[in-house]
Write a protein that binds this ligand. Structure first.
Ligand SMILES: [Zn+2]
Length: 247
């Protein structure tokens, strides 16, 4: 690291748990962010500012006026642009040292697995169950840590699946495809909830990369922003799970 990098990252390097070693781990890491919306915005901005070496951004959507209330990586001039392009511009303005790779399409099956294999962690910032299940399967198959977050109305949740041998997976938590799905498009969401959950996702990803602290693995953190109630529930591996418990 040169002097300007040491200065840029000094406020986290001075933390005894992190130091130069933790910063170098961040700088050598690659993280895939799927979805550049309400959650993906703060996730990508914090990880870029903190000095993650390479961010891979995946989204097939374009910026819409109705996104701007919460998707703070995009601005008014970005309406109509692909979200990954708009996000890339914002991130490079924030920190030109970060390598930003854009994937302007929906990743599926083999292409998703190939992409997941290249990274140290995946952050699920998507907004639908089909995508969440596909990301989960790819992360289980490649034993890649998955940081999963969701928010709707004034509620949010986050958990981490390390996808090692004893880890439960997202499918253990939601066994059925038939679960009634709600999205913030239909139901609404209060913007700071996305900021809150996205910030926690970025924090957990950094802890995994820097190998510090206790990871939110095997625990689901639930935040009710309306009543400011925070709960944590233990997740157990479902021995019938078709994804992580296949014979
Ligand atoms: Zn499972």
């Amino acid at each position: 690291m040169d002097d300007s990098q040491l200065l840029r990252y000094s406020r986290q390097i001075m933390l005894p748990q992190i130091g130069i070693e933790g910063q170098e781990r961040l700088g050598n890491s690659k993280i895939l962010i799927i979805g550049l919306g309400g959650l993906g915005s703060p996730v990508a901005m914090y990880l870029a500012a903190a000095g993650v070496g390479q961010l891979q951004l995946c989204d097939f959507d374009r910026v819409d006026l109705s996104n701007l209330q919460r998707q703070i990586i995009h601005n008014n001039d970005d309406i109509g642009k692909p979200k990954v392009e708009s996000a890339r511009e914002s991130l490079l303005m924030l920190n030109p040292l970060v390598e930003v790779i854009t994937i302007n399409k929906r990743l599926e099956n083999e292409s998703l697995i190939t992409q997941v294999k290249q990274v140290d962690a995946v952050i699920d910032c998507s907004d639908n169950l089909i995508t969440r299940f596909a990301i989960n399967s790819a992360c289980v198959a490649t034993q890649t840590p998955l940081i999963s977050g969701a928010t709707i109305r004034m509620e949010g949740q986050i958990t981490v699946f390390l996808n090692d041998i004893n880890s439960s997976c997202y499918r253990c938590l939601y066994p059925s495809n038939a679960d009634l799905e709600e999205t913030c498009t239909q139901t609404g969401v209060l913007a700071p909830m996305a900021g809150l959950i996205g910030s926690l996702q970025a924090l957990e990803a950094m802890k995994i990369i820097m190998r510090v602290g206790k990871i939110l693995a095997g625990q689901l953190l639930l935040i009710d922003g309306l009543n400011m109630e925070i709960n944590q529930i233990k997740l157990t591996k479902n021995s019938d799970c078709p994804i992580c418990c296949q014979p």
